[in-house]
Ligand binder design. Structure first.
Ligand code: ATP
Ligand code: MG
Length: 449
């Protein structure tokens, strides 16, 4: 469908005397037979010429020579051929310079597989850096001199990490060493862009561990996520086949792609382990990690703040990290399962179970299958409990603060909070207590104590 759209737009530009190509991820992903993202065109036309040719055009990146054309519902970015000016700060080009050929434009791009242009009217490729060959052999190769390209823009290091994982690309010989040698360029990268690259890795890669291991080998974490480093080599105990780092990566991989917040939580769930590790006195090499989830939560908070997670993302990730050590089993009473649902909050049950199953799989021990069967059983019971619609939060109680204050003839005040918490405990213990009369009786009893 986008192929037809690309032809339509390129035809319009060509009829007006300009050349135009489909570039970037769309060309790359079509060649690989993968689902494509945004359609990006590069053209010899200048922005004002593009603007004159289409009805719905928005100057979305005019400083970079980009306008967005909207056709139907689809936005298409059209950028004038350009090279980038000098980089004085390793982050942003100082100026944008238009150039006249697609070849010059392709030369500013980061990796060869991202520097292939497709001319849709003649079905012809422009491929000055052998990106087509690199796509075939799944090779990650920088356009031009890699040292210079990474130093110019440290974001390319993180993009390389991401493409290695999402597209199963092997760094070209020597590239990894250069990525290590130039990792200082990461210091200049804005937190939001760091967060975005990891989130895209989690969104799209089946095995984010490919990228995370590359980042570890290249020394990226010292700069962008130092909290991860103590996990490396931290031994665990008989319940685990892997050290903390390998376990963490296996857990991230075991959460299906697309579940970005759960994968962030998997990355951070055991951060506190190295800081709480206690070696068993007799069994040397066996470690216990009491209360590690509290330290993990503290570090997850710091990371979320530093990388500017949205409030929504922070709440989800922190909630998952905080509750990952709650291990319900089939011996739990229904009241205990309701208490668990209250802690994780019903809307987070799916995420909680995704992380739980990933954490179990990532043990790598022979009993994983049987532990997962227990989770299946507990899940059925948790869902049955939700179906019943039992009260799990204060707003589900048959009385509210106003009714209590009127019935007990006391002005509303701080005494209401603990009372409502007590009533919820009572109702979670026994849902049949959730009617006005019983709750008022329980409230009076509690106040007399
Ligand atoms: P996707 O959109 O699937 O994440 P993409 O390759 O299309 O991948 P975009 O960020 O949409 O990535 O960028 C479009 C193209 O612009 C890239 O394919 C690449 O050619 C070029 N590009 C993007 N970021 C950089 C960069 N930091 N340095 C050099 N070229 C870049
Ligand atoms: Mg793109």
């Amino acid at each position: 469908m986008s192929g037809a759209l690309a032809r339509k737009l390129c035809r319009r530009l060509k009829d007006a005397g300009h050349s135009a190509y489909v570039v970037g991820g769309w060309t790359r992903d079509t060649l690989l037979g993968r689902p494509c993202g945004d359609l990006d065109l590069a053209t010899s036309a200048h922005p004002e010429q593009v603007t004159a040719l289409f009805d719905r055009v928005y100057p979305t990146g005019i400083a970079h020579g980009t306008v967005t054309v909207v056709e139907g519902e689809q936005p298409i970015e059209i950028t004038t051929y350009r090279r980038e000016g000098l980089y004085s700060d390793g982050r942003r080009p100082d100026s944008v310079n238009f150039v006249s050929t697609i070849e010059e434009d392709l030369a500013r791009r980061d990796f060869t597989v991202n520097a292939i242009a497709w001319e849709p009217l003649e079905d012809r490729y422009v491929d000055p850096f052998d990106g087509l060959a690199d796509l075939k052999t799944r090779t990650l190769r920088a356009v031009g001199k890699p040292e210079e390209r990474f130093r110019e823009d440290g974001l390319r290091l993180l993009r390389g990490m991401r493409f290695a994982a999402t597209h199963h690309l092997m760094p070209a010989p020597g590239l990894e060493d250069i990525m290590s040698a130039t990792n200082g360029a990461l210091h200049g990268i804005a937190s939001e862009r760091i967060e975005r690259e990891f989130s895209l890795l989690f969104e799209r890669a089946e095995q984010p561990s490919i990228g995370l291991n590359l980042a570890l080998r290249c020394g990226f974490f010292e700069i962008v996520l130092p909290e991860l480093l103590p996990l490396v080599g931290q031994a665990q105990n008989r319940h685990h086949a892997f050290d903390c780092w390998q376990h963490t990566l296996a857990a991230v991989d075991a959460v299906p792609s697309g579940h970005v917040a759960v994968r962030w939580a998997a990355l951070m769930h055991d951060l506190g382990k190295p800081h709480s590790a206690e070696e068993h006195e007799e069994n040397k090499g066996e470690f216990r990690f009491f209360g590690h989830e509290k330290i993990s939560l503290e570090q997850a908070r710091q990371i979320g703040e530093r990388l500017r997670f949205s409030g929504h993302r922070r709440r989800r990730v922190e909630g998952l990290v905080a509750t990952h050590m709650l291990h319900p089993n089939d011996d739990w009473s229904e009241a205990a399962l309701r208490r668990l649902l209250r802690k994780i909050e019903p809307q987070n049950l799916d995420d909680y179970l995704l992380l739980k199953r990933a954490d179990i799989r990532a043990k790598g021990t022979p009993d994983v299958a049987s532990i997962l069967l227990d989770v299946d059983e507990v899940e059925l019971r948790l869902r049955a409990e939700l179906e019943k619609g039992s009260a799990l939060s204060r707003k589900d109680l048959a009385v509210d603060g106003r009714q209590l204050s009127a019935a007990l003839d006391r002005p509303a005040g701080p005494w209401l909070g603990p009372l409502l918490a007590h009533l919820l405990d009572q109702v979670i213990e026994d849902p049949s207590r959730n009617d006005e009369e019983t709750l008022l009786r329980l409230a009076k009893l509690w106040l007399e104590l």
